[in-house]
Design a protein around this ligand. Structure first.
Ligand code: BDR
Ligand code: CA
Length: 308
């Protein structure tokens, strides 16, 4: 029943909720290690944010450094959404936790190869690290249990360009490698994540909770993220990245469609678009299309209660 995961993150605000969710659901989810990649901000900052958050939440999983940028394209960041350090809002004490020495990608390959069929790779930033793993050793793909991703926009407009979502737009060539890998993939595109918005009701409920390790971090981070999203997109923030962890714990929270997915890597206006073929039960790619928001928030509060 225990699920071992590698969590590849570009720790900004919704990544942080995903990390906390995994930390609070440790009766079933075991994080074997984090890899921090460039994405919402430069890798130096996403690494710092991941170390700060995991130390504050007393999560002991090692944190490794991942890629400093995408495979081919120029680096794009999301400081306009997540702020100057990529996780504006919470203030952390000077940390003691240190990053693990050595390259996170090398570690992930060795870890997966030494536990064939057991490890799920969860990627909630640009998928560069995962693509490099897949391209570095042909045994990596067949040794993985599953890939779980946040990214893409299939039958929905993008959030960076009219057709592309941030994580895929930030490294379309990596996304193409991942979708072409043949590994069973479950992914959470904007089609579903934008149905899962934070609400004032949830914020009020968190405010009424007893003090806990996570409560103040969550409220401080949403104190920045809510106005940032209202300004940028005119709506409350979506819980994009936490969908991946909620799925691993309780897949019945979502509805799915099996479809082949390809990525536009040539188009000028459509660069980074995820293109969905028609439904095909034999496809190894499973796309989440709907979410039971009540079930999700119930799971969130269960996790928060465990982070006392
Ligand atoms: C994705 O982009 C990032 O800003 C979020 O953390 C999420 O992973 C949403 O498009
Ligand atoms: Ca992210």
């Amino acid at each position: 029943k225990m699920k071992h995961i590698i969590m590849d993150v570009d720790t900004g605000h919704d990544d942080a909720v995903a990390i906390a969710l995994a930390g609070g659901l440790n009766d079933e989810i075991i994080i074997d290690g984090f890899i921090a990649t460039a994405g919402n901000q430069i890798r130096e900052y996403t690494l710092e944010n991941t170390l700060n958050l995991t130390e504050a939440l007393e999560m002991e999983a090692p944190v490794f450094a991942g890629s400093i940028g995408p495979l081919l394209r120029d680096r794009v960041l999301a400081g306009n959404i997540h702020g100057a350090n990529g996780f504006e809002g919470p203030v952390f004490e000077k940390r003691k936790k240190k990053e693990c020495m050595g390259n996170g990608i090398r570690w992930a390959i060795d870890h997966v190869l030494s536990h064939p069929g057991e490890i799920t790779f969860v990627s909630v930033g640009p998928w560069t690290d995962l693509a490099v793993c897949l391209k570095s050793d042909e045994r990596f793909a067949s040794s993985l249990k599953e890939i779980v991703l946040m990214g893409g926009a299939v039958d929905h407009p993008g959030n960076v360009t009219p057709s592309a979502e941030f994580n895929v737009f930030a490294d379309p060539e990596a996304a193409e490698i991942v979708f072409d890998s043949g590994v069973p993939i479950t992914f959470f595109p904007l089609d579903v994540t934008l149905k899962l918005l934070l609400t004032q009701e949830v914020l009020d409920k968190v405010k009424k909770l007893p003090e806990s390790r996570y409560k103040n971090i969550f409220l401080a981070s949403m104190g920045f993220y809510v106005p940032s999203l209202l300004k940028a997109h005119g709506e409350m923030p979506a819980m994009h990245d936490p969908c991946t962890i909620a799925y691993l714990y309780d897949p019945s929270i979502f509805k799915y469609s099996y479809r082949p997915i390809s990525v536009e890597t040539k188009g000028d206006k459509t660069y980074g678009k995820t293109i969905g073929g028609k439904e095909d039960k034999n496809s190894t790619t499973k796309m989440a299309v709907d979410v039971d928001t009540d079930k999700f928030w119930a799971l969130f509060f269960k996790a928060v209660k465990n982070l006392v």
